[in-house]
Write a protein that binds this ligand. Structure first.
Ligand code: IPE
Ligand code: IPE
Ligand code: MG
Length: 250
């Protein structure tokens, strides 16, 4: 029995462990359509999507991928009905509380990309606590949760912070370059994503990491996020491993 289980099933992706992406970004999309297909409220789709997030986070850790960035709530998602926004905020609270408990034990830390100052107070405080616990954890794996995140907003906030440093004499315009500007972004100290995955069939970035994805590889699939699983992730990574990344060279 054990012999059969350890054998690769047909259709399973073969991965080259020496060429794994260091950083995967995922646009967790398709929750609403997943729920609609089942005649369920959209919030049920978000609950199912949050479970998928947990599965994929542990799968990345088990593969040995040090950085995972997930798009959880965009600066544009405030346009949704108040009940849906509040259901998403409740789910985020639930999963952050769980993460707070398990970070140390399971060897990961959580960081946030996006403007968390605009979040409901209770969630904002939970984010701050998660960050401070994360800073004390000796973790090999980092999960970056994009919360109230928009790439254009991130770049504008960085530009504002840089301009204010220039005004105060702490930075000089002549010294601005890609590397020094990157230090003003929410993603400072995080390597650029090697692979960006968007499920649900949409072929766009929707304001996800526009600066950082300049040389990322993209993988699109029709699978809706709540149906995404470890095998789907392996498939995306196997596809990534076939790419020839030239970064402008030959
Ligand atoms: C992604 O799923 C979750 C968030 C944007 C918060 P959607 O809610 O966008 O699902 P679809 O795209 O409507 O199916
Ligand atoms: C992107 O999905 C945002 C998140 C997954 C959090 P959306 O569903 O908001 O994107 P659009 O509206 O289809 O571009
Ligand atoms: Mg969507």
């Amino acid at each position: 029995m054990a012999l059969f289980r350890s054998k690769k099933q047909a259709g399973e992706a073969e991965l080259d462990n020496s060429r794994l992406p260091k950083h995967i970004g995922i646009i967790m999309d398709g929750n609403g359509r997943w729920a609609k297909k089942r005649g369920l409220p959209r919030t049920a789709g978000h609950a199912a999507g949050a479970e998928t997030f947990r599965t994929i986070a542990y799968h990345c850790r088990d593969l040995g991928i040090p950085y995972l960035t997930v798009y959880a709530f965009s600066t544009e998602n405030w346009k949704r009905p108040a009940e849906e926004v509040s259901a998403i905020m409740d789910l985020l609270r639930k999963y952050l509380l769980e993460a707070l408990e398990k970070m140390q034990r399971d060897g990961f830390r959580i960081r946030f990309l996006g403007d968390i100052t605009a979040l409901p107070e209770e969630l904002r405080e939970l984010c701050m606590e998660t960050l401070s616990v994360g800073n004390r954890v000796d973790a090999k794996y980092q999960i970056n949760v994009c919360l109230n995140y928009g790439g254009r907003d991130e770049i504008l906030r960085a530009a504002r912070a840089w301009a204010s440093d220039v005004a105060e004499g702490c930075a000089r315009a002549e010294e601005l370059n890609e590397e020094s500007f990157s230090r003003y972004l929410d993603s400072r100290d995080i390597p650029d994503p090697d692979l960006i995955i968007r499920p649900s069939g949409e072929l766009r970035l929707s304001n996800f990491l526009p600066w950082q994805s300049a040389y990322s590889e993209f993988y699109f699939t029709d699978i809706l996020w709540p149906d995404f699983d470890g095998a789907a992730l392996d498939q995306a990574i196997a596809d990534y491993q076939k790419r020839n990344r030239r970064f402008g060279g030959i």
